[in-house]
Design a protein around this ligand. Sequence first.
Ligand code: GCB
Length: 587
Amino acid sequence: RMKDDYKDILDFQFDKKNQIAFTTVQSCVYTDHRKPESLDGVWGFTPDVFRSVTRKNLFSASGKDEQGREVPMDLDFSSMEKIQVPGCWNCLDDRYWLYEGEAVYSRTFVYSKEKEGERIILRVGAANYECRIWLNGTLLSRHQGGFTPFYTELTQDLKEINHIVITVNNRREPDQVPSMNYDWFNYGGITRSVELFRLPAVYIKDFTASLVPDGTYGRIELKIKLDAPVQGACCHFKIEELGISREVLTNERGEARCVVQANPQLWDCEHPKLYEVQARCLEDQVKDRVGFREIRCDGKDIFLNGRKIYLKGVCCHEESRNRGRIQTDEERLEILNTAKDMGCNILRLTHYPHSERMAVLADQAGMMLWEEIPVYWALDFENPETYSNAENQMRELMFRDKNRASVVIWSVGNENPDIQSRLDFMKGLLETCRNYDPTRLTSAACLVDVNTMCVKDRLAEFVDVVAFNEYYGWYYRDYEGVKVILDNTSIDKPMVITETGAGAKAGHHGGAEELFTEEHQERVYENQIRYTDGRIQGMFPWVLFDFISPIRKHPMQGGKNSKGLVAMDKATRKKAFYVMQEYYRNK
Ligand code: GCB
């Protein structure tokens, strides 16, 4: 036994050494028309506290372990418990509600080749938090970060009948992004779709269509990148509705780019006009529906297509009524409609990337989006691996949503301590955003100094829009605090309040000074409006819907953050909802 235990340790080290870098190795343009084959549905499932399934290689390709014994000995894949993908294991069974650790997913699929040279790429929409993928016994990839998609090429390891094993581990660790402590529920599992793409030998890996942000509203930039450095391939760009048809040859890096004169009807919240944009190159073709708009700041103001705007926002987590992180398009439309009905023009999708479907639907609905990564509260800012993980999550998010006109702000963090390592960390992220995407604004929820009562955060110098969270009337009972902060802060940039609010149990009534009543929440919002109106460029109440949070243990909260303007049923509107509705509708 001693020997076996020792062997386990060696296995584990072996496993560590063989971990594949977590940055996106493969990627491909993901749009509706690519028509992937879905691997969603029922998978085998088992929690694996000791990680024994992967450590002992229970699914080895030869069917034998290193000592020649038959495997699996301790597991029968065909009789595993069943789970739905996408899904959260926490909702599968009460036994798993608080499970944080590794779990194994398994299924088989049939592959039949359609064309010589074709390539098969697997896309996992999101798996929280660390994910490893084995195909027919071979470890192919590893990814960290619970909310962004990643790609793995399967071509080399495919057979006719294939066994795919995916491990997902949602154990919180100090060096992760987010780290140990946060105010939302740590749902585990494969939480978005798993799909297979059948692509030609050389395919279009990246595709961008955007308005050139030069204030003329008359130039569109179109770009593609092939996944191989093929030079001289003809790329045909087309936007039929605008009469645009252009052929460009790829350069030595396999990229083609052009800027065309155009006079598009611009995308905005009232007229969310989208155009079908196509690119064809070699044997591949991509299509997407894209809106063209310009967002920029000048001094203290924010302009959409040259028109000054006020951000009538609200924050929102990604959570369904009873399926954890998993939402349907109907539920997403319900969120967009509730926000629209409140008079909003922007949603802050906190505190991590929500499903790409939300951005697609927001494009169609005419709702601007603020998107962010979970650089939340304290992280291991000194750790270079933590940084590259955060940067990777940011890149994956930008790669995914860069053609969505609705997304106007990339936010790199929320309420992080103002220490030097954090400043360097954030400056790195902001530079990444600007270099990758000059067509959007950057922001972060900066810190308020409650002693000197002003926004005081070195990060403010580096973002386009200075955001801050404040809870005057709730964590600090003095309603006027926010006024004092605005009096004391002088920053020549747009300032927005990215969080403000108060807890209220839906249906609980009482005096306006009684905590957790709808009346108190109502009063908090009335005061917020009173003290901030005309002095800031946008506001995002915290939060549209109540949500589950393990740190909310007051009996009035019952395990939920109850600062929602609407209850968790997503239907019961609290009194404060109507205060914001009246304010936004008239603004
Ligand atoms: C915050 C956090 C948010 C919390 C909120 C609260 O500042 O950014 O994630 O949920 O406060 O309710 O305390």
